[in-house]
Design a protein around this ligand. Sequence first.
Ligand SMILES: C[S@@+](CC[C@H](N)C(=O)[O-])C[C@H]1O[C@@H](n2cnc3c(N)ncnc32)[C@H](O)[C@@H]1O
Length: 353
Amino acid sequence: MNLGIFKTYNDLAINTYHVDPKIFVALVLISVPFYWYGWLMIVRSIFKSKSKEGNNGRIIIERFFNNREFKIGLIINRLAWFLPYVYIIFWGQNLPMWFWLMLSIWIIFFICLFTLKIRRIIITPDGGRKQYRYLWKIYAYFYDGLLIFKPYQSLIELILEKADLKKGESVVDLGCGTGNIEKMTQVGGVDFYGLDFSDEMLKRAERKCPDYKFINYNLTDYNIPLESNFADKVISNNVIYNIKDIEKFCKDVNRIMKPGGILILSTSIKSGLKPIAIEHFKLSKPIDLLKSVIFLPKFLIILILNIFIDRSGDFYFYSEERLQKVLRESGFNIREKIYCYGDVNLLITAEAL
Ligand SMILES: C[S@@+](CC[C@H](N)C(=O)[O-])C[C@H]1O[C@@H](n2cnc3c(N)ncnc32)[C@H](O)[C@@H]1O
């Protein structure tokens, strides 16, 4: 049997990586079958991509990269390739520059693949619209971490103060999330209707507030499933940056409101998380800061999701002027404007005419 290839590995171990050649060669031997099995899966996925209908070049390439077998094959192949190098990274000495370079390139390649995959999971196309159901689905698991976050608490309190809810009123919360506005309402006997398109958010809202009605509805359908002249008050906090056609949205909101009804609309008008973080430190008592440290992992995930919302360029941070104009044209009389939430949010109180 020609062991030439193993002689090469043997020499590499001794002369280049300065590790025990027996361990290195043994690891190579273990990894070889997986390495070739990975390649086999990749090659098979090329043929599978070709054999389906619609064989133009772009479709074949897209199908190939989205092929499950290709992805699993690539992961098996690269992990097998990587196995002996784990040993070298930790035990090798005087490793050459090209080794670190090669390793960095592979790590960057995998980070890019992973990021693209995450982006594809988060953005779910739905009839030509970009939808972020998965973003909100993931957010739902962590969302209530915001409740120990002082600026968020103060924002909800401010919204409720401005809404001035009364017993017997019909109140619609558009994009109700996990129902924190409903939960923090002190007044009893309010008829709350929470609308949101995320089942995970709604599940939590129903659990917290079993007496209120929660409806799964996509606000970008622009046809709220409630009668005209239905609501005394409409609240929407940090939702409209998801709405592309703000004109249609405001007109539809006006339709469901009784004349003289009050709309409380709060939304981010500029991006940036720093002012909110500063406000958190300003408003928090030591016990709140301690809680933030305990719940740090939750905060970090919330932070990552917010950075995505902030930076992706796929959300609509409407300007104050645009919002005022649209509200007026949709039949509202603006009563009050307040900057809040570290001055990142604008809270508008408007009366439906
Ligand atoms: C930042 S959260 C705000 C939740 C709640 N208003 C609060 O203040 O706690 C945004 C909410 O809007 C919902 N949402 C986003 N796009 C939506 C759409 N197109 N239709 C319905 N709900 C949507 C999300 O599921 C999420 O619950």
